[in-house]
Design a protein around this ligand. Structure first.
Ligand code: UDP
Length: 477
């Protein structure tokens, strides 16, 4: 890259692991390419970030106070992924809404050349306009999913499922009905996002595909920059293990357990940072996993650990004797797991996932096929990209599109569907081999994309040059 004065960029992440992890990895990416980066965050998130993002001399954190007292939250709860009930969830939302004045004040006093902000902070749009600087938006979705959401705008969602998404490059039909308020909320956020200078995507162009990139640009007139997979910036075992929160198992414990297993033999089950299933669903899951007969790593919520002394409570979500019977075969992680470390292990065979975009693209980058079990948000769209469009996973048959909730669900996914989906991908038949082959192919493409000369690497070069030109034009104006 030619020698030009480095850019000064601010990154504002949303306060949830699924938004914070990838945007801060992308911030690190800009720093690794010689740009001055500041991540604007809150004190306890800063503590996590300090320990978990690869350190870089051009990257710093700026802390704004989090209004814990004002909303009545205990100290240290500053992230949607650390709450375990609805009351605190809404308090974190409320507190997050109060971050605008201190962030705005800082940015106005020390204006950068560009702001990269989560789309859940739509007010950054006015701020950037006021300062006459470009704003890049980030929403943590794939471009395929953004296209699907844009195309589904005209759909009323009043009638029940299934619905066919109109005018996409592939014929996509969704077999679940999203909660209307969630759709309206996301649509209004996407509306403001389109006013941004461009969109940053934590994906690589080859997985979304040229057809979706063209479709997006043609239908919206907006530009999207594929810079991912962002997680590939993490190289060492420690960097892979420490993300978003402190993991409840050590790198050593995890690796030594996985080291004792055969290649591609372990099923990994994790539902991200915001899914809270009722006990009956976890019970079905346990039965399905056990019936499949495969070895597994199963991540369950932390509070499940506290019930250990109380057998009666435990038996509501775990069949009697489950842990005894599966002592050798399975590892239950109660709380935050070192997901990237686990996914990267050669023993990993299949990932049963809620299709959160980060989990999805993390699995893709290591070539692990998926069993898809979407729960809320935009996950039902991601499922279609994984299964029908790219053929790197199979559906478990989830049909209830929920909201972020704590235990309330009407339709359970039964143990038989779970066992069937696991065996379909783990039993080594022709279909499974073909799906694994495609997953590995995309894994290689993902890793190539972030290398010098790869698509994401090139996009970042072009974007940095672009932003420099904008800055210089402003200076000479
Ligand atoms: N994650 C993790 N350990 C866990 C749960 C989640 O490291 O026990 C990470 C995961 O690797 C991903 C992020 O948290 O980077 C979750 O993001 P995703 O988009 O998959 O789901 P969300 O939590 O937003 O629903």
């Amino acid at each position: 890259m030619e020698e030009r004065k480095a850019l000064k960029l601010y990154f504002i992440h949303y306060l949830a692991a699924g938004h914070m992890i990838p945007l801060c990895d992308i911030a690190t990416l800009f720093a690794s390419r010689g740009q001055h980066v500041t991540i604007i965050t809150t004190p306890s998130n800063a503590e996590i970030l300090q320990k978990s993002i690869p350190s870089h001399s051009l990257l710093r954190l700026h802390r704004v106070p989090f209004p814990s007292q004002e909303v009545g939250l205990p100290d240290g709860i500053e992230n949607l992924s650390s709450v375990t009930d609805l009351e605190n969830l809404s308090k974190v939302f409320q507190a997050t809404g109060m971050l605008q004045p201190p962030i705005q004040q800082f940015v106005e006093q020390h204006p950068p050349d560009c702001i990269v902000a989560d789309f859940l902070f739509p007010w950054v749009d006015d701020l950037a306009n006021k300062l006459g600087i470009p704003r890049l938006a980030f929403n943590g979705f794939s471009l395929f999913t953004i296209c699907a959401m844009e195309s589904a705008k005209a759909h009323s969602f009043d009638s029940s499922a299934p619905f066919r998404i109109p005018s996409l490059p592939h014929p996509i039909t969704i077999n679940a009905t999203p909660p209307k308020e969630m759709i309206l909320f996301l649509q209004s956020m996407l509306e403001t996002e389109l006013k941004s200078y461009g969109l940053i995507i934590n994906n690589f162009a080859e997985l979304d595909g040229e057809e979706y990139i063209e479709h997006y640009e043609k239908t919206t007139g907006h530009k999207a920059w594929h810079l991912g997979p962002a997680s590939l910036i993490r190289r060492s075992a420690q960097e892979k293990a420490e993300r978003g929160q402190k993991s409840v198992v050590s790198v050593h414990e995890c690796l030594s357990w996985l080291d004792s297993k055969r290649d591609n033999s372990v099923l990994y089950i994790c539902f991200g940072s915001l899914c809270h299933f009722p006990d009956e669903q976890l019970y079905e899951m346990a039965c399905g996993i056990e019936a499949s007969g495969h070895e597994f790593v199963w991540v369950v919520p932390e509070k499940k650990g506290k019930e250990e002394e109380n057998e009666e409570e435990k038996e509501k979500w775990l069949p009697k004797g489950f842990e005894e019977r599966n002592k050798e075969k399975g590892m239950i992680i109660r709380g935050w797991a070192p997901q990237l470390l686990i996914l990267n292990h050669r023993a990993l065979g299949v990932f049963l996932t809620h299709c959160g975009w980060n989990s999805t693209v993390e699995a893709v980058s290591v070539g692990v096929p998926m069993i898809t079990w979407p729960v809320h948000g935009e996950q039902f769209y991601n499922e279609k990209l994984i299964t029908e469009v790219r053929g790197i996973g199979v559906e478990v048959g989830a049909a209830e599109w929920g909201s972020i909730g704590f235990g309330e669900r009407e339709k359970l996914v039964g143990r038989d569907s779970i066992e069937k989906a696991v065996n379909r991908l783990m039993d080594g038949g022709d279909e499974a081999l073909e799906i694994r082959r495609r997953a590995q192919e995309f894994g290689k493409k993902a890793r190539d994309a972030v290398q010098e000369g790869g698509s994401s690497h090139n996009n970042l070069t072009v974007l940095i040059h672009h932003l420099m030109r904008l800055r210089d034009a402003k200076l000479h104006h």
